[in-house]
Write a protein that binds this ligand. Structure first.
Ligand code: SPV
Ligand code: MG
Length: 288
């Protein structure tokens, strides 16, 4: 079974798949070891890891190379965040086959204008392309996907256009061939997203990113019966920042390394994560 088929089989609206964000192969390996169903190849996380805004500052090839490396480092299917598809339908027609060749299981494309701005950024520039234009981009993506899932993301709620427009866009994207529809919200309570899910007729499974409304549990989402995939959008980079900041602070405050030794991963753990066992076998077999 291909990675895309494996992911499709997990898009169960009675028991949604859970994807964890990753910004590098190490984070992806840790997420896979923890038991997540898939890896979210987050543009926000990758941008943050380069210390630049999530606003199409990084090039497509930087993201594409990282998706390939993340896929090579672990077995869970990779869901690539294509932002707006790096341009119009022509760009999408060239971009998606490259991601498919890099081994991703799914691509996600959002209906904002290029260059995008981060959905969660207060006062961000949230402008949407016309529905017909985005349908063309979905069709271009499907034509070049070679079986990779195409997830269409509407930013109608993020742009403040309301539920009716979000439902209209979701339905149009499903009609254009999207395998699932990602509906994003930055409300601090789940009310907006729950109302959308209840009103969604269910043509294709929905995808949620509950960063802003974390009080909605995975069980709550499953009970809605409409959502096939939940994405933990940025929890790898936020965990890393919190841990690094505290470790760095403590080392300088203590005036030495002894105080953090019990709270950071042992060097042996890092060797294991680097695949030291595999290298030892290669050494034994071939090194003379
Ligand atoms: C990302 O993780 O890059 C996303 C989710 O697209 S969000 O940052 O919430 O827009
Ligand atoms: Mg993104």
């Amino acid at each position: 079974m291909s990675k895309a088929e494996a992911l499709r089989a997990k898009l169960d609206v009675g028991k949604p798949a859970i994807a964890m964000a990753a910004h590098n192969p190490l984070a992806a390996r840790l997420a896979a070891q923890a038991g997540f169903d898939a890896i979210w190849g987050s543009g926000f996380e990758l941008s943050a890891s380069y210390a630049v805004p999530d606003a199409n500052i990084l090039s497509m090839s930087t993201h594409l190379d990282m998706m390939r490396a993340i896929g090579d480092a672990q077995d869970a299917p990779v869901i690539a965040d294509l932002d707006t598809g790096f341009g119009n339908a022509v760009n999408v027609a060239y971009v998606v086959p490259r991601y498919a060749a890099a081994g991703v299981a799914a691509v996600v494309m959002e209906d904002k204008t290029f260059p995008k701005d981060s959905s969660l950024r207060p006062g961000g520039r949230q402008q949407l392309v016309p529905v017909e234009e985005f349908q063309g981009k979905i069709e271009a993506a499907k034509a070049g996907a070679g079986g990779v899932l195409v997830i269409a993301r509407t930013e109608a709620l993020i742009a403040g256009l309301g539920q009716v427009e979000a439902l209209r866009r979701g339905a149009a994207y499903a009609q254009a061939g999207a395998d699932a529809v990602l509906i994003h919200s930055k409300q601090k309570t789940p009310d907006e997203i729950v109302a959308f899910c209840r009103a969604w007729p269910g043509q294709v499974p929905l995808v949620l990113v509950p960063t802003s409304y974390p009080q909605l549990s995975f069980a709550d989402v499953a009970a809605l019966g409409k959502v096939g995939l939940i994405i933990c959008g940025n929890h790898a980079i936020r965990a890393a920042v919190g841990a690094m900041r505290e470790t760095f602070r403590r080392i300088l405050a203590d005036g030495g390394l002894g105080g953090v030794e019990g709270t950071i991963a042992p060097v042996s753990d890092i060797f294991a994560l680097q695949g030291d066992d595999a290298m030892r076998q290669i050494e034994k077999k071939f090194l003379r």
